[in-house]
Ligand binder design. Structure first.
Ligand code: GRF
Length: 201
């Protein structure tokens, strides 16, 4: 079961998938890592693991449609069964989304706190519980069908960094477990409900 992982930053979620994939029982391998920028730790993590990488910068293309097209072609070269957006900070276009199933991990309990500042927004709101979500990606921003979620308590004195680190500690486990189950057991999507288990989408 072939995974292409998309990153934009430190790649700790990617690292969790790379580590999990060293165990054959995980049922999936990371066949390539794509990024929207160079010079990020996520690409170094891939290179260390001997996984091919590619970079497609929006700014290298005349417009987002051409970027979307180019990114879809780069991903297609690796023939993925599933694309995993793990801290990828660009909205994927219709060419990518039309060609592959994509899951995303988000550091909040969607539909609460979508967008690029979920942890900051949850703290600012004063929630006592937040968490992380693995969901299928649709054309919106963090709006696709939920696959798995896990709650994380907010602690006195938390700031954005301490809370995000605690969430990320839970998030990578949830992502590995969810992607592993999708690889081994398959999944079905009915309306907005994703069911893991027999029967493939
Ligand atoms: C993760 O919390 C992800 O949900 C969010 O940004 C963070 C990326 O972390 N979009 P990393 O690059 O996987 O370390």
């Amino acid at each position: 079961f072939r995974l292409v992982v998309l990153v934009s930053g430190s790649g700790t979620n990617l690292q969790a998938l790379l580590d999990a994939a060293t165990d054959h029982a995980f049922g999936a391998t990371v066949v390539a890592v794509g990024a929207d920028r160079t010079g990020i730790e996520g690409l170094i993590r891939a290179e260390r693991a001997g996984v091919p990488t590619f970079v497609e910068r929006v700014g290298d293309h005349p417009d987002r449609e051409k970027w979307d097209e180019s990114l879809a072609e780069r991903i297609a070269e690796h023939k993925p069964d599933l694309v995993v957006s793990a801290g990828f900070m660009k909205i994927l276009g219709p060419r990518v989304l039309g060609a592959f199933p994509v899951v995303n991990t988000h550091p909040a309990l969607l539909p609460a706190f979508p967008g690029a500042h979920a942890v900051r927004d949850a703290l600012a709101y004063g929630v006592r519980v937040t968490g992380c979500t693995v969901h299928l990606v649709d054309a919106g921003v963090d709006t696709g069908p939920v696959i798995a979620q896990e709650a994380v308590a907010v602690r006195e004195g938390d700031d954005e960094e301490s809370l995000h680190e605690r969430i990320k500690g839970v998030e990578r486990g949830l992502l590995v477990e969810t992607v592993g189950r999708m690889a081994r057991e398959g999944w079905t999507l009915t309306g907005r409900t994703v069911r893991l288990g027999p029967g493939r989408v």
